[in-house]
Design a protein around this ligand. Structure first.
Ligand code: FES
Length: 124
């Protein structure tokens, strides 16, 4: 199953200034993650608000039938985007979505906000 990175493109970090910032931090993060994901084994999409506004920038990592995660408190920079995509690719290669801690990219450590178990199979 495809692992999707859902990026909130409206997140504003505490440093955001309505007078001087041309766009939300989430828009920068979305662009960086999309660039990193190009040609990789994951897909991306944007949404406006993941309801984690107090700890942006936020992304969700999801795939059908697997554990899903929300990660936040990211600064929109290349290092964060690379870590997010590296982690999502490991999620894609995992049967359950659980990536062993030893394999986590350093850049995602301390950024996990929620974990959601996969939904039960409707056929049961
Ligand atoms: S604006 Fe990004 S989570 Fe609400």
């Amino acid at each position: 199953m495809t692992t999707w990175i859902t990026i909130c493109d409206t997140c504003k970090r505490d440093t955001w200034n309505a007078d001087s910032d041309a766009r939300p931090h989430g828009e920068d993060m979305a662009k960086l993650v999309e660039q990193q994901a190009r040609g990789r084994d994951v897909k991306t999409r944007r949404v406006s608000c993941l309801m984690g506004c107090t700890h942006g920038c936020n992304v969700a990592i999801q795939a059908r039938g697997k554990l899903a995660y929300t990660l936040g408190n990211f600064t929109p920079d290349e290092a964060a985007a690379e870590a997010i995509v590296d982690y999502a690719e490991k999620h894609a290669r995992s049967d359950t979505g659980q990536v062993p801690f030893r394999d986590w990219p350093q850049g995602v450590k301390g950024h996990f906000i929620t974990r959601h178990p996969a939904l039960p199979d409707d056929q049961a």
